[in-house]
Design a protein around this ligand. Structure first.
Ligand SMILES: [Zn+2]
Ligand SMILES: [Zn+2]
Length: 136
């Protein structure tokens, strides 16, 4: 589990009913939902929750570093609660399923100094693409 709810509680995040529902919807492993998907799932639990509240709550979770935004294939941005363990993504090019994966070694170290053009590199994003077992 990503323990998103627990992490938010530990840092003293003000937990309203709306915020709790958004956090519950996002909690779990391999969760990468669009804002609209979060909203759809949240309304199933709390019918009166507005899209604006969902968007604002997601934005706050991102700004405090408990949720990360993932962009794949020019599709809508996805929200990922696995914010504290560096990981890469394995994406099915047919159905769009995304799994969190943890390649061996430090991907930053894989870029030789001569290929850095003087940049101070702080982050690496790697996407592994293929076809998932359900689509194969
Ligand atoms: Zn698939
Ligand atoms: Zn992820």
């Amino acid at each position: 589990m990503s323990d998103l709810l627990e992490r938010l509680r530990e840092r003293g995040w003000r937990m309203t009913a709306q915020r709790r529902v958004v956090a519950e919807v996002l909690d779990g492993e391999h969760v990468h939902l669009t804002a609209d998907e979060v909203h759809a799932r949240a309304t199933a639990r709390l019918p009166e929750i507005s899209r604006a509240t969902v968007y604002n709550t997601l934005g706050e979770m991102v700004s405090i570093g408990e949720v990360i935004e993932v962009a794949t294939d020019g599709r809508a941005k996805r929200y990922d609660p696995n914010a504290h363990r560096p990981h890469q993504h394995l994406v099915c090019s047919r159905c769009g399923t995304i799994r969190d994966v943890h390649p061996h070694g430090d991907p930053l170290a894989a870029l030789p100094a001569g290929e850095r053009f003087g940049f101070t590199v702080s982050e690496v994003e790697v996407t592994y693409r293929g076809v998932c077992p359900d689509c194969a």
